[in-house]
Design a protein around this ligand. Structure first.
Ligand code: ATR
Length: 299
């Protein structure tokens, strides 16, 4: 199997995958996609369950996605994951959307029913499962401060918090207008004092943290080892749960700061795991083997 395939490969699919041990019938479409760890996780699951197919990466530009999805459907694919930049633009390409995709306005998981494309979104539910497994906590019991409410991950997480009725949700974003727009959309899920959009400055964040149970970093800060912590240790307290959606490097500078103050922290690998497990469940209508998927994701 190649590191990644392209639209040109899909156009000559029999030739492109000649020699593969078992057929590629699942994958992830993205641009860039070479860094995706989904194949390790999914191929471990497929093998464990005796499903004779493979999962591969597809390097597909935004304007190629419609053709790629059509070719996959006619080649008999079971499903495909969508990542940056395809999650929102794929909505009109679907023949059917499940509730999570409709409500979030984004698709990260497609199931092929012959030529029909059924879009779903497992990012939000994957986040909820990650919080449950990392902290034994339910979103409905938590006051949540979300940093980076303007990006794709931040929006999916905010919607999940709204759907599950978290006790309070504070949206912080460098570009305040994006957080304010999201707060307007989510207001119907919340009472008067339960939802707020706040500017990204130390004083405002500090006063919120005193009334927060769970801080979520949904910004991209922390992906580079040289990044400073998104919040320094002096702003954190030992009462906090901190979930960093960044998972590479394994321990981000935010999680170093969390450890320094004796709070509980976790990185985004569990969200990656659970959104993948939920996609597997949609494709095969059976439980995903987390016990083999989890180790396959480690560095
Ligand atoms: P997407 O997930 O849609 O690809 P992104 O460009 O990766 O988006 O950004 C994700 C989030 O990280 C956004 O909320 C972004 O804030 P803006 O909406 O203001 O762009 C946030 N972000 C990225 N770099 C940041 C930084 N240096 N400081 C604060 N927030 C940052």
């Amino acid at each position: 199997m190649k590191d990644f395939y392209t639209l040109a490969d899909l156009q000559h699919w029999d030739a492109a995958q000649a020699g593969n041990e078992s057929p590629i019938q699942l994958g992830v479409i993205g641009d860039p996609v070479a860094h995706s760890r989904s194949p390790q996780m999914m191929n471990a699951a497929l093998q464990h369950c005796g499903l004779k197919m493979q999962y591969a990466r597809f390097q597909i530009a935004l304007d190629e996605s419609e053709a790629a999805l059509r070719l996959m459907a006619s080649a008999g694919f079971v499903g495909v994951n969508l990542t940056v930049p395809h999650k929102i633009s794929a909505i009109p390409l679907m023949h059917e959307l499940d509730d999570s995709a409709r409500q979030s306005g984004a698709v990260n998981c497609v199931r092929f029913e012959r030529e029909r494309l059924v879009g779903g979104n497992t990012d939000g539910p994957g986040f909820a499962r990650a919080i449950r497994s990392e902290f034994s906590a339910e979103l409905r019991d938590l006051r949540v401060l979300l940093l980076g409410a303007g990006g794709g991950a931040g929006r999916a997480i905010a919607r999940q918090c709204a759907r599950e009725g978290c006790r309070r949700l504070v949206l912080a974003n460098r570009t305040l207008e994006k957080a304010e727009r999201l707060a307007d959309e989510l207001q119907p899920f919340f009472g008067e004092e339960q939802l707020e959009a706040v500017p990204w400055n130390e004083a405002r964040l500090r006063s919120q943290i005193a009334h927060t149970d769970l801080i979520v970093n949904a910004t991209s800060i922390g992906m580079r080892r040289s990044d400073a912590a998104v919040l320094p240790a002096k702003m954190l307290g030992s009462h906090l749960l901190v979930y960093d959606t960044v998972y590479a490097p394994g321990r981000t500078s935010l999680l170093d700061a969390v450890a320094e103050v004796g709070a509980r922290g976790a990185n985004g690998l569990s969200m990656l795991l659970h959104q993948g497990a939920l996609a597997f469940e949609k494709w095969f209508e059976r439980d995903a083997p987390l016990e083999v998927m989890r180790p396959a994701l480690q560095f």
